[in-house]
Design a protein around this ligand. Structure first.
Ligand code: BGC
Length: 268
């Protein structure tokens, strides 16, 4: 029997920190995921303690060399977190990957949450085998984005923060705003239309993938959008962050790279 290729994926969010070992051939959790609430004061040290607890929980299934991929709701540039969405501001400009490698004693790869989800969709989900430019957007508390060109991630695109009609785009079109303002799908779709047509004009993508919890109801709003570009719901749903982070971690470790950077992908 061939041993399962495994990496551990961890998803750090504003309310929960979730982890699971990922079977990299199937793109699925090999064991049920575990969730621990994000500490009230979500400083790097407090979050690192929770991550260590998750790694311990799965330790009997991991080899000492098994890498850990961790998503952050932040820009992650060469292992340094450069912003902080729904987590403590102490992450801004912080050498997060270094702290986590020291805490866990393992190879750690930090990646923006939407980038991880995009990688998972491109490798195992709605954009599997897609050629050209795929833009994944996650509609949630904010808008996250991932740009993947012929299977290669271009990290930290932050297209949720495009300024459109004088607004930070996510402040108009994120699904949180739909909830807070009590918008119908029809009204919200008008805002999404404006958002995606600007992104389409700027980048001429070949495919849009829409993720985030609300993508479960994609039938309610995707058919209302009129775009040149095909737009499809994500397939991996809430496993995407963990699966994408684990895949990236294993891929980068195999190639001897230390951070998520726009290097050529081994599959390209
Ligand atoms: C942040 C991104 C993040 C997205 C989804 C945005 O507000 O700027 O870094 O990917 O929210 O969490």
């Amino acid at each position: 029997m061939v041993a399962q290729r495994l990496a551990l994926g961890i998803d750090v969010g504003g309310s929960g920190i979730k982890g699971a070992p990922v079977d990299l051939d199937a793109g699925e959790f090999s064991t049920e995921r575990r969730r621990i609430a994000t500490p009230k004061k979500s400083t790097p040290q407090n979050v690192a303690e929770v991550i260590a607890e998750l790694v311990d929980h799965f330790a009997d299934q991991l080899d000492p060399k098994t890498p850990v991929g961790i998503t952050m709701p932040a820009i992650v540039h060469h292992g340094v977190t450069m912003s902080a969405a729904n987590i403590d501001d102490a992450w801004i400009g912080f050498e997060a990957e270094k702290l986590l490698e020291e805490t866990l004693g393992r190879d750690v790869y930090l990646v923006n949450d939407a980038d991880a989800a995009g990688v998972a969709e491109s490798r195992y989900g709605a954009a599997k085998g897609a050629e050209g430019l795929v833009i994944m957007t996650t509609l949630g508390t904010g808008i996250g984005s991932a740009m993947i060109h012929n299977g290669v991630l271009i990290p930290n695109s932050e297209l949720g923060h495009l300024e459109i009609d004088g607004h930070d785009a996510e402040s108009r079109a994120a699904s949180r705003v739909k909830e807070e303002e009590g918008l119908s799908y029809k009204k919200w779709a008008k805002r999404l239309q404006r958002y995606y047509e600007v992104v389409e004009f700027l980048f001429s993508p070949d495919l849009f993938v829409v993720g985030g919890g609300v993508s479960r109801d994609a039938d309610e709003f995707l058919p209302l959008l009129k775009l040149r570009t095909p737009i499809v719901p994500a397939k991996l749903r809430n496993t995407a962050g963990i699966v994408g982070a684990a895949h990236l971690a294993a891929d980068l470790q195999e190639r001897g790279l230390s951070h998520v950077t726009p290097e050529l992908d081994s599959n390209a």
